[in-house]
Design a protein around this ligand. Structure first.
Ligand code: BDR
Ligand code: CA
Length: 311
């Protein structure tokens, strides 16, 4: 079993990633760091606590991460996030409130401690902005070589972005942090829109969840239907909604779902060139040994059907 830390901005597809990680026999989920992104950090942390209870995993601790990017003190949530994920982050569905609290230790310190404790056995899996990992790297640069694997949902290499034509939501929230992580962290895999937009879930699958008659099946179906409806209304995709965050969790432990391109990547941090926040290969490092990979192809049918069997 791999030790895994999820860094979530819960968020509907983050909620799916959480359920998937808990259900996967190869994953030992040791903690969740709460990020801002789809909602405020305080809201995403509470969502994770509530969902952990629903999933029967009340022993997994939740830690607060950053509340805003490194370079701004802007706490606001992008309006489109509320349209896609609902005002409460989970499709405006009432998930029973957990009686547990967020842990006192900071998420940044938790990540640093876990890196020293588990080293190569640790998978760090962010599905929101990369602020928390950048802050951890700034506090303890040694974690760059300690953490065994970093697999993240974010970025877009071969397809347009979903915030601007060049930028994806998670990376665009904190380009400086993302660039630091891309450049410093060893063994990093980017699972971006190139592959996640091919993994679509439909109301056929959510109807099957509802039909299980369980509380988890019903609430997850309601949450996911909100997301599928939003994809339709916002004309993102009429066929279904993308399994962005769960795909990243899946490929971290089953890399054969994807094909990757070896590439030293960077994130554009120049605010004046119009591509601020773009994920792209570093031209100056094209001949250097690579430390990062970008997913470019996915066996989407196999992943979606395995995902469905797990829920
Ligand atoms: C990513 O942005 C967030 O809204 C989703 O949860 C996902 O992590 C997709 O661009
Ligand atoms: Ca997310």
């Amino acid at each position: 079993q791999y030790k895994m830390i999820l860094d979530l901005d819960t968020g509907i597809d983050d909620a799916l990633a959480l359920a998937y990680a808990i259900g996967h026999e190869d994953i030992d989920l040791i903690g969740i760091i709460a990020s801002y992104g789809n909602n405020l950090t305080s809201v995403t942390a509470q969502n994770s606590l509530n969902l952990l209870d629903l999933l029967g995993a009340s022993d997994v601790p939740v830690f607060y991460g950053a509340s805003h990017s490194i370079t701004t003190d802007d706490f606001s949530v992008m309006p489109v996030s509320k349209l896609i994920h609902g005002d409460n982050g989970v499709g405006d569905v009432d998930v029973p409130r957990s009686s547990r609290s967020v842990s006192e230790q900071s998420g940044i310190d938790f990540l640093i401690e876990a890196a020293h404790q588990y080293k190569d056995d640790l998978i760090y899996l962010p599905t929101g902005p990369l602020t928390n990992m950048a802050l951890a790297l700034q506090k303890d640069p040694s974690i760059a070589q300690l953490i065994g694997q970093t697999t993240l949902m974010g970025g877009a290499l071969t397809v347009p972005g979903n915030v601007t034509s060049l930028t994806e939501a998670n990376i665009s929230q904190d380009p400086e942090a993302a660039n630091q992580v891309f450049q410093e962290q060893k063994n990093l895999t980017m699972v971006g829109l190139d592959v996640t937009l091919r993994t679509l879930l439909t109301k056929k699958e959510t109807a099957a969840w509802r039909a299980t008659g369980t509380e988890k099946g019903k609430l997850y179906a309601d949450i996911m239907d909100f997301y599928i409806d939003a994809y339709k209304t916002l004309k993102i995709d009429e066929r279904g909604a993308a399994l962005h965050d769960p795909l990243a969790v899946a490929v971290a432990v089953q890399p054969d779902y994807i094909e990757t391109l070896d590439l030293n990547m960077k994130v554009t941090t120049d605010r004046f060139t119009g591509d601020y926040g773009r994920t792209i290969g570093d031209a100056k490092k094209l001949l250097d040994p690579t430390t990062s990979k970008a997913a470019v192809l996915v066996d989407q049918d196999r992943f979606v059907s395995d995902f469905q069997n797990m829920m």
